[in-house]
Design a protein around this ligand. Structure first.
Ligand SMILES: Nc1ncnc2c1ncn2[C@@H]1O[C@H](COP(=O)(O)OP(=O)(O)OP(=O)(O)O)[C@@H](O)[C@H]1O
Ligand SMILES: [Mg+2]
Length: 222
């Protein structure tokens, strides 16, 4: 097998990189895939997330800490490509970090989570420059924005839809709502799938996002 590599990146802190990384990883595992999450952030949030699981139900994907590799993440990740179906790299937020650039050099897909509020969008626009740089070396790189923490009944959501085209990056149709269950999932070291009926809308969001990711690759949804 040769893993498909997804880099989840955005210099803006708190946009949902780790939440999206862990949920995609969990959803791929539920579909029978072997998944590695590369925790490339010194904050080690993905590592702690997985460590919060209880012994009976460990987090379904492997999580490895590679923050020390910094700008050499791409070299380290290459060592794992024959062992997994999917590798998801959870990048750190800092604008001056070499990690997102390194991760996007070997990624098949870059996912940029954005919170739909104008200040968050302004702060995140720098990622476009990083992507443009990486496209010179990695022509197969696809990129998608995913709107996260959406509160759809607000005017802001509408204004943001107008701002998003400025990014020149396609947007996933699936939008992830602001929901407490996403926070709870981290606390129990799992995904919203473990939270039952209360999480049914969130589960649907994650499943349709996973379908959209799969559809970008040969063979369509898995
Ligand atoms: N859709 C959501 N609904 C509710 N809370 C969310 C959602 N997505 C993320 N959060 C919460 O927002 C906070 C930041 O999310 P997360 O850690 O995933 O962002 P991040 O981009 O990885 O942050 P950092 O830049 O610090 O690595 C966390 O408390 C998380 O639980
Ligand atoms: Mg994070």
């Amino acid at each position: 097998m040769t893993a498909k590599i997804i880099a989840v990146a955005n210099q803006k802190g708190g946009s949902g990189k780790t939440t999206i990384s862990m949920h995609l990883a969990g959803a791929f595992c539920r579909r029978g895939n072997k998944v590695l999450v590369v925790d490339a952030d010194v904050q080690a949030t993905a590592t702690r997330w997985a460590a919060s699981a209880n012994d009976e139900e460990p987090f379904p994907a492997s999580v490895t800490g590679l923050s020390a590799a910094e700008g050499k993440v791409h070299r380290e990740v290459k060592k794992f490509v024959n062992d997994y179906d999917w590798i998801i790299i959870d990048c750190p937020p800092a604008a001056d970090s070499p990690v997102p650039k390194s991760a996007l050099l070997i990624a098949d897909l870059g996912i940029i989570p954005v919170i739909p509020s104008p200040p968050d969008l302004w702060a995140a626009i720098g990622i476009r420059e990083v992507i443009e740089h990486c496209l010179v070396f990695n022509e197969q790189l696809q990129t998608r924005i995913v709107v996260n923490q959406l509160q759809s009944n607000t005017n802001v959501a509408r204004e943001v839809s107008e701002l998003l085209p400025e990014y020149n990056i396609p947007v996933f149709e699936t939008r992830i709502g602001m929901r407490t269950v996403y926070r709870q999932a981290a606390g129990i070291g799992s995904t919203v799938h473990a939270l039952g009926y209360d999480a049914k809308t969130a589960i649907l969001e994650i499943e349709t996002l996973t379908d959209e990711v799969c559809a970008l690759f040969e063979g369509g949804p898995q």
